[in-house]
Design a protein around this ligand. Structure first.
Ligand SMILES: O=c1[nH]cnc2c(CCNCC3CCCCC3)c3[nH]c(NCc4cccs4)nc3cc12
Ligand SMILES: [Zn+2]
Length: 378
């Protein structure tokens, strides 16, 4: 049900790009029960059924299409059965756009030593009350069916970085078996289940993982195990090895990425969807994202700066408020300050993916990428 129709490969830029490196950039349309959405797309993260500090109305206004929620957190509190009784996540949080939930596995694996992984699944200690919990493909899929997201993720293990080849091999093979169990447990029609490609930082394991999951035929594919501390060139190398093996007519979701420079490189390799906690997290400590890099609004330098964060930005914060005002709010610990930096950072990334889509449709993605990287990394 997650038909990926109408993608347009930029032939002119594509041929030019093949000469000087790889460009699989594409502009697609993602069909879900809650609407048809444009890619490339950034998906704001709403861990506990809310994108922190902003309302669904503001999310709609800034152009958010699909938002994420966290199965691990909602499973522990308030419980996924409760959300199902409330009519599902869309009703519960009053969001009528797309929703994607993760399987909960990532939280378990990033909890570090508090967890034990077996073929069956993963045991872990709840960060809320310390109780021992257990997640398996079957439990994770049932929880996500209860939440009722449009796109749900297979239960996987995000391999830590660095990892020994042998561990990466065994873990990747288990993640493929878990993907098959996830598929069997997934009985909710109208809901798309994406598998997640693993393989650590090993080209051969990445290719085996991608080929095995493609043979199981999923409506879309996450690329996992990246943006976990590896050097960026290694991440790009894994993308170059993996993305071409995935079906062109299905969406590719690079998990946990990221900063604008990573987004523009990943789009070049053919990634369509992104999620990252970064924009909302840094906003809460007073950092704004701009096309020239980060701007720490809280710094004394902006005490008497009566310009907006970015005078070319169309967001609510930049249209109405100055850096001095936002800095004042942040220093005074006023909630409105966090709201304004969050609104700006989300708008910035949503607008950035819209600009990439436009550039792809107008056959000028590679020059867009050059110009952006020159300005951003300076
Ligand atoms: O292989 C993976 N499998 C599953 N999830 C992954 C995630 C979580 C993606 N965001 C989930 C969201 C669901 C809704 C709530 C918020 C998270 C990753 N995030 C990162 N890097 C960013 C990182 C963030 C923190 C440490 S690394 N690499 C990731 C790799 C995997
Ligand atoms: Zn702004």
């Amino acid at each position: 049900t997650c038909a990926f129709a109408g993608q347009k490969k930029v032939l002119a830029a594509y041929e030019e790009a093949v000469k000087c490196g790889y460009s699989g950039a594409r502009a697609g349309r993602l069909h879900t029960p809650h609407g048809v959405f444009d890619t490339p797309m950034f998906m704001p993260v709403g861990t506990q059924a809310t994108v922190k500090a902003v309302s669904p109305r503001e999310l709609k206004e800034m152009g958010a299409q699909i938002i994420l929620s966290n199965t691990y957190h909602l499973y522990l509190r308030p419980g996924t059965e409760l959300v199902a009784e409330a009519g599902g996540l869309h009703r519960f949080m009053d969001w009528d756009g797309g929703i994607l939930t993760d399987s909960g596995g990532f939280q378990v694996f990033s909890l570090g030593p508090l967890r034990k992984i077996t073929e069956e699944g993963a045991a872990f200690r709840s960060h809320i009350d310390g109780s021992t919990q257990f997640l398996s493909p079957e439990i994770a899929i049932k929880a996500q069916m209860n939440l009722g997201a449009d796109i749900i993720m297979a239960f996987d293990e995000c391999i830590p970085y660095p990892a020994e080849y042998q561990y990466a091999k065994l873990s990747t093979e288990r993640t493929t078996r878990w993907a098959e169990r996830s598929q069997k447990a997934h009985t909710r029609s109208g809901q798309a289940l994406f598998a997640i490609v693993q393989g650590g930082m090993y080209q051969d394991l990445r290719r085996v993982s991608a080929n095995d999951l493609v043979s199981l035929d999923f409506p879309g594919y996450g690329i996992g195990g990246l943006s976990v501390g590896e050097p960026k060139p290694v991440m790009y190398e894994m993308l170059e090895q993996t993305v071409p093996l995935l079906p062109e007519n299905k969406p590719r979701y690079l998990m946990g990425v990221g900063t604008p420079d990573c987004l523009v490189e990943a789009v070049r390799y053919g990634i369509d969807m992104f999620d990252c906690v970064f924009p909302t997290r840094v906003a809460r400590n007073g950092t704004a994202m701009t096309k020239s890099g980060r701007l720490v609004v809280k710094n004394a330098a902006y005490a008497k700066d009566f310009l907006p964060i970015d005078e070319n930005c169309g967001c609510y914060a930049c249209q109405n408020f100055s850096r001095a005002y936002i800095r004042h709010l942040l220093k005074a610990d006023e909630i409105f300050g966090l709201r304004l930096t969050t609104i700006h950072n989300l708008y910035f990334l949503l607008d950035f993916t819209k600009k990439m889509r436009q550039a792809i449709l107008e056959d000028r993605f590679l020059s867009f990428r050059e110009e952006f990287l020159a300005q951003y990394c300076k």
